[in-house]
Design a protein around this ligand. Structure first.
Ligand SMILES: [Fe+2]
Ligand SMILES: [Fe+2]
Length: 163
């Protein structure tokens, strides 16, 4: 298995994915009214920008730059979500943020495993921390949607949510 190529591919994908996430969270907190929720989603947005900055450095260190085609597609998707968040009420952005976060940690765990196989200890540690932070993000949204009357409907179709 070519760990370097696999790691490189995941990091480039994640770098663009974090752009979508950060833009989506910008739209998300702009749609909110409660001060505490605005502050919480702004913090998550800042954490995704931080991931993106670090991923950019990692990709450059592995010898390439961001995938510009993917960057433009993911930017567009982020902008669509940014606008969309302001049209669909409170629950749907909270639910789908959590559902997306539930998949993000796997990507970083996979990247961390490749880094470990390559003997890149520091990178491994940082990617493990990224995975943990994505799990913390998911846990936040699980708490937010728990007990909401719309939850059973969405959970049935999209298979994510608190027990
Ligand atoms: Fe992230
Ligand atoms: Fe996240």
């Amino acid at each position: 298995m070519d760990h370097r190529a696999a790691l490189h591919a995941i990091l480039r994908r994640a770098h663009s994915g974090e752009l979508t996430a950060a833009l989506a969270y910008r739209g998300h907190w702009l749609s909110l009214r409660r001060e505490d929720e605005i502050a919480e989603i702004r913090r998550i947005e800042a954490e995704e920008w931080h991931h993106r900055r670090r991923l950019r450095v990692m990709v450059l260190e592995l010898g390439s730059g961001p995938d510009l085609y993917l960057e433009s597609r993911m930017a567009l998707l982020g902008l669509v979500i940014l606008i969309g968040c302001n049209m669909v009420g409170w629950f749907i952005p909270m639910y789908f943020a959590g559902r997306l976060e539930s998949q993000n940690d796997r990507e970083y765990e996979e990247a961390a495993a490749h880094a470990e196989a390559l003997g890149l200890g520091e990178l491994h540690g940082e990617l493990k921390a990224f995975a943990q932070l994505e799990r913390d993000h998911e846990a936040y949204f699980l708490r937010k949607v728990a007990g909401h009357p719309a939850l059973p409907f969405w959970k049935r179709w999209f298979h994510w949510g608190p027990p």
